[in-house]
Design a protein around this ligand. Structure first.
Ligand code: TEU
Ligand code: CA
Length: 542
């Protein structure tokens, strides 16, 4: 297996990848049937989003039993076969550990609800304060983060949906339970783990109202977070495995510890600051065009900052919680191909481990839904109601959801041009964009100039050129917010990367000399430094 530094990870949102039995829902056997495709991409690891027993209020991020497979996705035998067959192809599986909370249907929570003190201490129960919720904290999915249980006369904390109760990590028994989950899957041959919102697990001892924010400053990168992570990693023996933590609203200082080998916490982190450059006033539900100056400054800060502290980044634009990058930061019509390739180049040439989210490698776009009834995500439907209640017209609310909904990234994988895109023979659980007629794997596999072919090249370049995996990074001043540029160096080797973020030409963009390593246009003369619309050029300097 390759080192994590020259590896590429592929993320699968299981519900939308490939359906093997015609019920319209992707499943484990569907993934098995696509392993040769994944092998042909050249990726090293697959992170699969949760497929454990769950009522699916948050599509599996509400786990009711960490040890059993949701029948909707298959059986334990299917999971074991998938691990084995991936392994035979040199691909390691990473499972998704949702340890900040469980489903309220989990046995532990059910026992807590029945008043069993042992299990009440697995969660965060508090008495009412002056007849209302213990704090004014806001749930990430809208509304107050506390739910009252009349039979117990107490509230429990849920930072996400009301059916996702936060676990009490200060209880050593909880920590032991969760370590056992890791040990169980490690034993089955899983090669790595992705930890869901793991920087939210450590809550303060005293919970207080937040009069300036939504409460996140009290529990984000919380008081004992590093201690808990170190203990989890050490006691389960996963320090040398492939691990990534999803870090919500985190800071660089904390990530320098989460992802520094000397700290023995995690191999790398997902941080999201660069994905808020189109949030007006930092607010997800307020639309704004992307601010590319802010994007450049954030990429620079995190790339150079993590490097200075010896820590490692996960590199990504897309996942199952984000709109599609080509629709959001590129142009999904006129310069669809060029802008998708440019965005890919921008992150794949950086210092860190790139993640490709299913469909990104063929340039899949936002869903383009025209009715709220087409949405399935709990966050989208909650916020549609909230936006309407705030006085937005139904049309405005639908427009905002259309830009920001997590369902944009969850539409079924487009395998071919047939009615249901080769995803299913039945009725897909979420509607498929009409553009699958030309944006699909089958079509792109036949085209040497496709987005798919370009991604394959990027993955291979990281393996062939040590400088991409191991070189230093330094961001360059370009004199325009429209071009992001950086150089990579290793010994006396140097690569320079130029990306034009706009659909207009940029003349005289650089003075570097050398040969083209990869570019999204056919370049005849590398000394002609005019960048075409959305052009990305990687130059091996002489
Ligand atoms: O996501 C955490 C997270 O912070 C985002 O979901 C974000 O809060 C959300 O998009 C609101 O804008 C992880 C998972 O990736 C997500 O799918 C789960 O819903 C969530 O945790 C709860 O487990
Ligand atoms: Ca199925």
């Amino acid at each position: 297996m390759s080192s994590f530094r020259n590896s590429t990870v592929y993320q699968i949102y299981i519900k939308s990848y490939c359906d093997s039995n015609g019920d319209g829902i992707g499943d484990l056997n569907g993934i098995r049937s696509r392993l040769d495709y994944l092998k042909s991409l050249g990726i090293d690891y697959i992170w699969i989003t949760p497929f454990f027993k769950s009522p699916m209020n948050d599509n599996g991020y509400d786990v009711a039993d960490y040890y059993s497979i949701n029948p909707m996705f298959g059986t334990m035998e299917d999971a074991e076969a998938l691990i084995r067959e991936a392994d035979e192809r040199g691909i390691g599986l990473m499972f998704d550990m949702v340890f900040n909370h469980t489903s309220t249907e989990h046995e532990w929570f059910q026992k807590a609800l029945a008043g069993d003190p042992k299990y009440m201490d697995y969660y965060i129960f508090r008495d009412p304060v002056d007849g209302h919720a213990p704090t004014n904290w806001v749930s990430k999915f809208g509304g107050n983060a506390w739910e009252y249980v009349p039979s117990l006369s107490k509230y429990y904390l849920h930072l996400f949906d009301v059916s996702q109760a936060d676990l009490n990590w200060e209880n050593p028994q909880v920590r032991e339970e969760l370590k056992n989950v890791i040990r169980f899957w490690k034993e089955k041959g899983v090669r790595g783990f992705r930890f869901d919102v793991v920087n939210l697990i450590s809550k303060p001892d005293v919970l207080e109202d937040d009069f300036v924010g939504d409460g996140r400053r009290f529990y984000t990168d919380g008081p004992r977070i590093h201690q808990h992570l170190k203990e989890l990693v050490q006691d389960t023996g996963i320090a040398d495995m492939m691990t990534v933590g999803e870090m919500s609203s985190t800071s660089l200082d904390n990530c320098l510890r989460y992802a520094n080998p000397a700290e023995k916490e995690l191999k790398m982190v997902f941080s999201f600051h660069h994905l808020k450059v189109d949030y007006k006033g930092g607010e997800k539900w307020a639309l704004m065009d992307p601010d590319f100056k802010a994007l450049r400054d954030l990429l620079c800060k995190w790339q150079e900052g993590m490097q200075a502290g010896g820590a490692w980044n996960a590199l990504f634009w897309c996942n199952h919680d984000q709109p599609r990058a080509v629709s959001r930061f590129g142009d999904d019509r006129k310069y669809w191909k060029e802008s998708a390739k440019m965005l890919a180049t921008l992150i794949h040439m950086m210092r860190g481990t790139p993640y490709i989210y299913q469909g990104e490698e063929i340039g899949m776009t936002n869903a383009g839904y025209t009715s709220i009834d087409q949405y399935r995500d709990v966050e989208s439907t909650n916020y549609y109601d909230i936006l309407c209640a705030e006085g937005k017209s139904a049309e405005e609310a639908l427009h905002i959801i259309g830009e920001r909904s997590r369902d944009n990234g969850r539409t079924p994988m487009q395998w071919d041009a047939s009615e249901f895109a080769g995803f299913t023979t039945g009725e897909p659980w979420l509607s498929i964009p009409a553009n699958h007629s030309y944006i699909n794997v089958e079509t792109e596999e036949k085209d040497e100039d496709s987005i798919l072919a370009y991604y394959k090249k990027l993955v291979q370049l990281r393996k062939d050129h040590e400088i991409i995996a191991d070189g230093d990074i330094h961001f360059l001043e370009t004199g325009t917010d429209d071009v992001i540029a950086y150089e990579r160096t290793l010994g006396d080797e140097k690569l320079t990367v130029y990306c034009n973020l706009r659909g207009t030409e940029v003349p005289n963009a650089y003075s570097a000399k050398g040969d083209i390593l990869i570019c999204n246009y056919a370049v005849e003369d590398v000394t002609d430094s005019t960048l075409k619309p959305y052009e990305a050029r990687v130059i091996v300097n002489r």
